[in-house]
Design a protein around this ligand. Structure first.
Ligand code: SMG
Ligand code: MG
Length: 373
């Protein structure tokens, strides 16, 4: 893409109520706290979403930290450069260690601005090959097994083609057995532990082998690469890494070690959609299937995820669900829907979605504009 002059960034913290509480092995969320960035350039504006959460529970990153690093380090580094090609953002921010989620957000905002100006869709730019992507849904830990069956049945009625159950010690084998039994062997089913186990739990985890799962996602800790490889030797269920894979380098290492038979790719976790594409290529070169993860994105991040999920290598259904899975009212004028088990990839310029500014204002709790010097 061609270079453009950056005029400034508007950053907002939003708080959007969830349609129902979302419980994982590390906690329960009822409100999505998220940062949205509007990049203003000489060619026009673009949007990005920073997928941090309020607390550093999923990863070390969190919203207040992202806000701080954006204003004190990320924006100054980019505004000092003045003329920037979106593809250079990663290099320009190399001096800032970590903080991949805000880096990904700002890169996305500049990509969106540049692509809107050029009249090219983000999906086309990333190399998407499909017009729609199969839609999976992530099902939080429920208060009871009955509620779990009702919840899963509801999602299947809505057309979701793959179910992912959140698990943790005490909510793993029985819920999985029940869902497999109730909905049959043809259901595409997988589980996600969000790092809640250790190698000492191998016997319990082996119990899951009997259910013909597509994969088990991130059973062990973020830095347990070698231990995941050890676990992989003792399980039949393929291991999919999420939290552990924070870069293309780590993805390559994880594959080489035998720690990942599948990879969940989240652009925020790896520092951007360009790095996400590099990981998909590594997966493809090594015969490792990848799929697009989710971080309860608003329509902005959801549009970007749908585009990514449509690119080569994404051979498993992702956590790319309808806006209504999490939000009664999304931030975009036309929310994402699931039709016939699929989400349609936007084709308009840039992200291809229109931000509903009235809704955006309604959910904004903090806002700041930083102009070029
Ligand atoms: O966006 O559909 C979604 C959420 C998918 O389960 C999901 N994400 O570890 O994969 C994951 C979790 C992390 C969410 S943070 C609570
Ligand atoms: Mg996960």
């Amino acid at each position: 893409m061609r270079p453009t002059r950056i005029d400034g960034f508007e950053t907002r913290v939003l708080r959007i109520p969830l349609v129902s509480p979302f419980t994982t092995s590390f906690g329960t969320e009822t409100v999505r706290e998220v940062i949205v960035i509007r990049a203003v350039t000489a060619d026009g504006e673009g949007w990005g979403e920073c997928v941090t959460q309020q607390t550093p529970a999923y990863s070390s990153e969190y919203t207040e930290g992202a806000w701080d690093v954006l204003h004190r380090f990320v924006y100054p580094a980019l505004l000092a450069a003045r003329e920037v090609r979106p593809e250079q953002v990663g290099t320009l921010l190399d001096g800032i260690v970590g903080h991949r989620m805000p880096k990904a957000a700002v890169e996305l905002a500049l990509l969106d601005a540049g692509l809107q100006a050029a009249g090219e869709s983000f999906a086309h730019y990333l190399g998407a090959e499909r017009e729609r992507v199969p839609s999976g849904v992530s099902v939080g830990i429920q208060d009871s097994l009955d509620e779990l069956v009702t919840t899963v049945a509801g999602y299947l009625d809505e057309g979701y083609v793959r179910i992912k159950l959140k698990i943790r010690p005490g909510w793993d084998v029985e819920p999985t057995r029940l869902i497999r039994r109730t909905f049959g062997d043809d259901l595409l089913l997988q589980v996600d532990a969000n790092a809640a186990y250790t190698l000492a739990d191998v016997r319990q985890l082996r119990e899951l082998d009997q259910f013909g799962l597509l994969l088990i996602e991130q059973p062990l800790g973020e830095d347990d690469l070698r231990q995941h490889a050890e676990l992989a030797r003792r399980l039949q269920t393929p291991i999919c890494l999420d939290e552990s894979v924070t870069s293309a380098k780590i993805a390559a290492d994880a594959i080489a070690l035998g720690a990942a038979q599948v990879i969940n790719i989240k652009a925020g976790r790896v520092g951007g959609y360009l790095e996400a594409r590099r990981i998909a290529e590594i997966g493809r070169a090594n015969g490792v299937p990848v799929w697009c993860g989710g971080m309860l994105e608003t329509g902005i991040g959801r549009a970007a995820n749908a585009a990514l999920a449509a690119t080569p290598g994404f051979t498993l259904p992702g956590d790319v669900s309808a806006s209504a899975r999490f939000y009664e009212r999304d931030l975009i004028t036309e929310p994402f829907v699931v039709e016939d088990g699929h989400v349609t990839v936007p084709t308009g310029p840039g992200l291809g979605v229109t931000v509903d500014l009235e809704r955006l204002d309604e959910v904004t709790v903090r806002r700041e504009w930083v102009a070029a010097g």
